[in-house]
Write a protein that binds this ligand. Structure first.
Ligand SMILES: Nc1ncnc2c1ncn2[C@@H]1O[C@H](COP(=O)(O)OP(=O)(O)O)[C@@H](O)[C@H]1O
Ligand SMILES: O=P(O)(O)OC[C@H]1O[C@](O)(COP(=O)(O)O)[C@@H](O)[C@@H]1O
Length: 334
């Protein structure tokens, strides 16, 4: 009998989710399985809102941001009742396996379902935040970083022209991967992220940055860019901008990049990663696997237990944090 695989995208959308959907649908066709695409994250599962996805549905989507299945956050899934409802819909449609493309929250939902349902569950890591353990990269991260770099390079041009100071806020309310990678790539004078900031040092750091800004403006006549992770500074990034202006007398406009980092056409790295992961997810189901996340480490695809993937948030590479610290130490001396 033809296997039925349910598929949904959940949590923050990420460029490359469409590429992953395409790969799942095409691989399923190869293994003679049907793909039931549920809309709006877990909401679609709770409301039995789905479509049968065919090759025609996934033509011309590999280069598109967002997700043709739509995404959402679904509060009901956090309750036992919501999970039961999702399981009932899976049973009613005689679904054999469920693939969820999303972040760690979405994987918690998958685990909750698997505790009440006999079908196979597989996760594909799709989030711009890159904060999932067990895979070197998540789908969407590389595009978000490139988008951030492009935007900040432009801000740098105007900052240089006027020798101005800018504070740029990047996405990732619990995770500094985007901020750190973009900050280092744009040679930001200051990177403020979860890896190198402690609320208790707020005052000391504020005075240090204010001094650096004054030096940059008065001694070197140069621009000064600070990148900061959203949700990091006590009182918000605007409070930091205001405090710096008060201390230095120099304008420090805040530029929040926000949701532009979530959209746009996926870069090659995300299209390739998504394609490999989509195919691997269907293969894993074909091989009888369950409760696994598809990951990629050192260029090899692998399966990681979902419980392991959500256990710890993946940390920003210490090498990158140290490289930035060393570069700062050098520039501060000169
Ligand atoms: N502990 C949980 N139990 C069941 N479902 C959850 C849990 N945490 C999150 N979810 C489901 O996953 C969705 C996406 O999670 P969220 O943390 O917002 O995004 P992401 O998957 O990108 O981390 C939530 O809206 C909810 O439907
Ligand atoms: O879309 P919302 O609910 O405003 O959430 C914003 C958050 O979603 C993200 O864009 C992506 O996070 P997730 O992939 O974990 O959902 C974060 O970078 C950001 O902090």
């Amino acid at each position: 009998m033809t296997r039925r695989i349910a598929l949904l995208t959940s949590g923050g959308d990420a460029p490359g989710m469409n590429a992953a959907i395409r790969a799942v649908v095409l691989a399923a066709q190869h293994y003679q399985a049907e793909i039931y695409g549920f809309y709006h994250g877990y909401n679609g599962l709770l409301n039995n809102e789905f479509t049968l996805l065919t090759q025609a549905d996934v033509q011309g989507i590999i280069h598109r941001g967002g997700t043709i299945l739509k995404s959402a956050r679904c509060q009901e899934m956090r309750d036992e009742q919501g999970v039961k409802q999702a399981v009932n819909v899976l049973l009613k449609n005689k679904i054999d396996a469920l693939i969820v493309i999303g972040g760690d929250g979405s994987f918690n939902g998958l685990i909750a379902i698997s505790k009440q349902w006999q079908g196979q569950v597989i996760g594909i890591p799709g989030t711009i935040d890159n904060d999932i353990d067990g895979t070197d990269f998540t789908i969407g991260f590389s595009t978000a970083v490139n988008t951030g770099i492009e935007a900040i390079d432009k801000i740098r041009d105007t900052a240089d022209a006027f020798d101005r100071v800018f504070l740029v806020e990047l996405m990732g309310r619990h995770s500094g991967h985007i901020t750190f990678n973009v900050g280092v790539s744009c040679a930001a004078e200051q990177i403020l992220s979860f890896e190198n900031f402690q609320a208790k040092d707020e005052k000391k750091l504020l005075n240090k940055i204010a001094k650096q800004i004054t030096d940059a403006q008065q001694k070197r006549h140069s621009s000064y860019l600070i990148v900061i992770a959203e949700n990091l500074w006590p009182g918000g990034s605007q409070a930091l901008a205001n405090n710096l202006k008060q201390l230095t007398g120099i304008d420090c406009p805040l530029c929040t990049l926000g949701y532009i980092q979530r959209g746009g056409s996926p870069v090659a790295k995300d299209r390739l990663l998504a394609t490999k992961m989509g195919v691997a997810a269907v293969q894993a189901i074909n091989n009888g696997q369950s409760n696994m996340m598809i990951g990629e480490q050192n260029n090899s695809m692998l399966l990681v237990a979902l419980s392991t993937a959500i256990q710890h948030q993946k940390q920003v590479s210490q090498t990158l944090v140290e490289a930035q610290e060393n570069i700062f130490a050098l520039t501060e001396k000169n």
